[in-house]
Design a protein around this ligand. Sequence first.
Ligand code: ADP
Ligand code: ADP
Length: 226
Amino acid sequence: VGSIRIQEVEKKFVNGSGENVQALFDVSLDIKPGSFVSVIGPSGCGKSTLLRLISGLSQPDKGHIFLDNMQITAPGADRGFMFQEHNLFPWLTIYDNIAFGLRARKLYKENKEKVTGILHLVGLDGFESYYPHQLSGGMCQRASLARALVGNPKVLLLDEPLGALDAFTRMNIQDEIQRIWKEEHMTMVMVTHDVDEAVYLSDTIVVMTARPGRIVKLVHVDLPRP
Ligand code: ADP
Ligand code: ADP
């Protein structure tokens, strides 16, 4: 489970001056279940737009996106999303932020063991009662990762998840993400500016160009698998 098929997708926006911006043009891509795909390319080439379409947060103007042969038309519990800026609620503790993710997905009743288990998975044992402002940027990203994972998604979508962190913290959380990928066997799709990160983490690298939304090359990187 967790295969993604992107078929001839187009997406336009109208910018502030009323001009059309073709963010994606004729993009097709097949993502194998359980693979770790990194999407790289210059700023503005449509990487985030592609990820948002897979998430269901926005819809293509043309074309189709399928997850396990079901067309994606809206956000769903089968996809977790992690952004560069953590989107934790400042007025909720780390525990309640994760529990909120669980409730919002309507998949499980709030379950203390589930929440503490997922906090353990991301290395946040003992931080249940802290508020986001009491934690470092890296720890907030760990909590965001926990919230993205708590509904047991088939696909994890990561938009520059570690881009705002210092190099040391970034490497630590990269290893955490890699371990979770190996243990949980989910499909990962990550947008990153960091080519080292893409090569280190992924088994497939998708390169997009600024010529609107064209994926020019699929580069397969062989990584030792567990
Ligand atoms: P990337 O993630 O590769 O930097 P984006 O997907 O964010 O690129 O954006 C692709 C293009 O679409 C850019 O020109 C961007 O300004 C434009 N764009 C993205 N989202 C919107 C939006 N909501 N409204 C207007 N233009 C947008
Ligand atoms: P990223 O840094 O991940 O590439 P951006 O900062 O470009 O993403 O975009 C963040 C959000 O702003 C997205 O929801 C995107 O759709 C929106 N956005 C991007 N470019 C524009 C734009 N020119 N006008 C309006 N919204 C935009």
